[in-house]
Design a protein around this ligand. Structure first.
Ligand SMILES: [Zn+2]
Length: 263
């Protein structure tokens, strides 16, 4: 299935329907999954290949009510499903755990519940996906210049080899996503990947400058509206037609090649 088609099918659906869609898709692929119910939601977890020392790939399927939830984060769900499909097709033994977290938008509740129950001992690292359907450039965050890690550096090497520009950011407007509970539990090689354009990078810089000068919220929103990515963030306009199949498959390829090269 085209990745953009997956995003289209998820667009605007209630979170429970989005989760059910993922389960149906996994059933169709013949892939087993585990449901992790917790107080207020249910995560889906797919284990592939070797039992220990797995590479984590993070996505969340919930959306904010005001938004259709295409780039945030149907895009990541589509890429996560495609990584599973590639693993299946290659009959790979690579140890991978793909997460479809619930309730990221309401305080990282799904990923916190996962880490609280299972810890991070059997994970090598976490490559978490957020907004990966627009743009031609990879942004890794929160990743300061001095940070090292096998998963992080392998991803950067894969991007370089494919001549895709890849930048590190201490934060991107927000600095919270599902990597946070994993880092807090001691998994150092955990970070988030977002796809952006060079216009978004310029806009982010202007945003931080304005923030440092204590600009008001109206002005900050005005700045964000100039960026292709941030314009639709958590808005009703975050719909599948804004996304690009090229960007989605570029991301899936980079994640898959990183998995193969990290073994
Ligand atoms: Zn998100």
């Amino acid at each position: 299935m085209e990745l953009l088609k997956i995003v289209e099918l998820l667009d605007g659906q209630p979170n429970a329907t989005r989760r059910a869609f993922i389960m149906e898709h996994l059933d169709a692929l013949g892939v087993r999954y585990a449901e992790q119910p917790y107080a207020t939601g249910t995560n889906l977890i797919v284990d592939l290949g070797r039992a220990t020392n797995k590479i984590g790939v993070g996505t969340h399927f919930d959306r904010v009510l005001a938004s259709a939830g295409a780039n945030d984060n149907g895009s990541a769900v589509a890429v996560g499903l495609d990584v599973i499909r590639r693993h299946q097709q290659a009959q790979s033994t690579a140890g991978v755990r793909v997460f479809f977290f619930d309730e990221e938008e309401t305080g990282l509740l799904g990923s916190r519940a996962y880490v609280a129950q299972h810890g991070v001992q059997d994970l090598k690292g976490l490559l978490n996906l957020e907004l990966v359907g627009m743009g031609d450039t990879f942004a890794l965050w929160p990743v300061e210049a001095a940070r090292r890690g096998p998963l992080l550096q392998t991803f950067e090497a894969v991007a370089q080899h494919r001549r895709i520009s890849c930048h590190r950011f201490d934060q991107i407007v927000t600095n919270t996503a599902d990597h946070v509970p994993f880092r807090q539990a001691g998994l150092a090689d955990a970070f988030t990947l977002t796809c952006i354009t060079s216009q978004d990078i310029a806009t982010a810089q202007a945003y931080y400058q304005a923030l440092a000068q204590q600009a008001d919220t109206g002005r900050l929103m005005e700045i964000l509206a100039q960026a292709p990515l941030f314009r639709h963030y958590h808005q009703p306009t975050d719909t599948y037609e804004k996304l690009s199949e090229v960007t989605l498959s570029m991301t899936a390829t980079a994640v898959w090649e990183t998995i193969l090269a990290t073994q």
